[in-house]
Design a protein around this ligand. Structure first.
Ligand code: NAD
Ligand code: UFG
Length: 330
């Protein structure tokens, strides 16, 4: 297939581009580098040994999007481009609604006009809000505590309604759990600007000495060791989930959790990082972070049954590959 990948220079997008080309697909990337670097494109080529077309453009710009669709003939699209910092979305709601919702509207409109009938969308487990774990795809979505989460829920609605009104247009809404890890080459991985918000990049930067100490946000949750539980998924497994999703996408609205189905606590993850990489990560217990929930993990059975996809990599693989990327690139 010829696949347009928006946000293909980013963390999940770059790994997915590698997996798509390994599976024999042709890709075109569009990115404006608002949260990535152009060197990533060379690294995708180095890993895959393949070339691809690239557009530096903002996917909220309808003229740019129109040009990309007019110049190519795509079979499908994977839409990663978006802003993703939960805390920042509370400070700058308009930027988040504009970037994440307008991009979805413009891309869906272009798909209808140019008859690109497969749309795969990066959603998030955050749309489940405070439902009971494990989260299943049929659960009613609960309001999230931040604008970022709302942009994902709204984009899901836009794409669902568009697919209902246009029977040839099909969508796959992929709800990711917590991606960590990196490509085993250490050439691509998660490289956030500034001080990381997320646990794994923070732990990696404490391990290199760039940050002094990890704060563990709360040890009084109703979880086995009191710290927050999440469903960490290796980014390469997640990338392969996208290949399975677009290859199986034929009709209608399809919703899939992409997770492992297993919960891991903050302390379990930090201790696995220390043990596998044989490096110290000083930490201290602090108060809860506002907006966090105790536990978040997937019922991952639907993707396995319907897409034939399941995760292969372990927590040990994830902490090893995260550290491999960090120490080669900081
Ligand atoms: P990322 O920031 O590394 O990648 C996003 C890419 O999109 C970046 O390269 C950025 O430059 C680009 N981009 C952003 N806005 C753009 C625009 N208007 N036009 C063109 N390019 C634009 O993020 P990621 O972790 O790879 O996440 C990819 C997607 O998955 C996002 O939509 C994110 O919300 C979603 N998601 C991420 C997580 C996570 O924990 N990483 C979890 C759930 C969902
Ligand atoms: N945590 C710490 N210290 C830190 C950072 C995080 O203890 O410095 C804890 C959090 O309290 C939480 C766990 O580590 O218990 C994971 O936190 P992350 O910030 O890494 O991830 P979240 O689960 O909060 O959110 C992530 C993405 C969201 C996405 C969600 C989907 O940031 O965009 O996963 O499950 F919606």
């Amino acid at each position: 297939m010829n696949i347009l990948v928006t946000g293909g220079a980013g963390y999940i997008g770059s790994h997915t581009c590698v997996s798509l080309m390994e599976a024999g697909h042709n890709i075109t990337i569009v990115d404006n580098f608002i949260n990535s670097k152009k060197e990533v494109l060379d690294r995708i080529k180095e890993i895959s040994g393949k070339d691809f077309k690239f557009y530096k453009a903002d996917v909220t710009n309808e003229v740019s999007v129109e040009k990309i669709f007019a110049e190519n003939s795509f079979d499908g699209l994977i839409h990663f481009a978006g802003l993703k910092a939960v805390g920042e979305s509370v400070e700058k709601p308009l930027e988040y609604y504009y970037n994440n919702v307008v991009s979805t509207l413009i891309l869906a409109k272009a798909c209808l006009k140019y008859k690109v009938n497969k749309f795969v969308f990066s959603s998030s487990a955050t749309v489940y809000g405070e439902n009971q774990v494990p989260f299943t795809e049929t659960m009613e979505l609960l309001p999230t505590t931040n604008p970022y989460g709302e942009t994902k829920a709204i984009s899901e609605r836009i794409l669902t309604d568009t697919a209902k009104a246009n029977p040839d247009f099909s969508v796959s809404l992929l709800r990711y759990f917590n991606p960590i890890g990196a490509h085993e080459s250490g050439l691509i991985g998660e490289d956030p600007n500034g001080i990381p918000n997320n646990l794994m990049p923070f732990v990696s930067k404490v391990a290199t000495g760039q940050l002094e100490k990890l704060s563990v946000f709360g040890n009084d949750y109703d979880t086995p060791d009191g710290t927050g539980v999440r469903d960490y998924i290796h980014v390469v497994d997640l990338a392969e989930g996208h290949v399975a999703a677009i290859e199986n996408l034929d009709t209608g609205v399809n919703v899939f959790n992409l997770g492992t189905g297993k919960g891991t606590s903050v302390l379990e993850l930090v201790n696995a990082f220390i043990k596998i990489n044989d490096i110290d990560v000083p930490y201290e217990i602090k108060g809860r972070r506002p907006g966090d929930i105790a536990s978040c993990y997937a019922d991952a059975s639907k993707a396995e049954q319907e897409l034939g996809w399941k995760t292969k990599k372990t927590i040990e693989d994830m902490v090893r590959d995260s550290w491999n990327f960090e120490r080669k690139n900081y």
